[in-house]
Unconditional design. Structure first.
Length: 173
């Protein structure tokens, strides 16, 4: 199962351009609570049908990391959602957490040195200082830093290589 990525990124798109850090933190905390409630509800419904079926819950990843490596709001929110999902899977007893976050988020920037170079290249986009014009410009470009595991059509869903990474992680778990 993949659960919550669309909801998280819709919320982040709304929050990314809010100037008040306090408001953003409060809104993201509320969104995380809602995600946790919905995930728990979903797992409860599945368990009513089959209490012991093995479930594999994929982590959420940051599909725009290569464009906005310095926007900590995105990476932190992904990490928070993944921690909640991991705890939910562990509590279930028959569910397994499949962590694809860093492989899909980082793409070809899979070493510390490559990520540091990417962060340096993205230095003009810091913290929550991203504005709508900059976001739209970057996302509409055929950007040289596009993630080799994410579709260039929507910059969100995995491409063939990305699904291969997901499959490999599933087999390992």
């Amino acid at each position: 199962m993949t659960v919550g990525g669309n909801d998280l990124f819709q919320r982040l798109q709304q929050e990314m351009f809010v100037s008040s850090t306090t408001t953003v933190k409060k809104d993201m905390s509320t969104a995380l609570d809602t995600y946790q409630d919905k995930l728990t509800s979903l797992m409860t419904e599945i368990r009513k049908v089959n209490p012991k079926a093995p479930l594999f819950l994929y982590s959420i990843y940051n599909p725009v990391y290569v464009y906005f490596a310095n926007v900590s709001l995105i990476s932190q929110s992904v990490a928070d959602y993944n921690e909640a999902a991991k705890k939910t899977a562990q509590a279930d007893g028959h569910a397994y957490f499949v962590d694809i976050n860093h492989d899909l988020s980082d793409g070809q920037y899979n070493t510390k040195a490559k990520r540091a170079k990417l962060v340096k290249q993205n230095k003009n986009v810091n913290g929550q200082g991203l504005n709508l014009a900059r976001y739209n410009d970057v996302m509409s470009e055929q950007h040289k830093n596009s993630n080799i595991y994410i579709s260039n059509d929507d910059h969100f869903h995995p491409n063939h290589k990305g699904y291969g990474i997901m499959t490999n992680h599933l087999y390992k778990v």
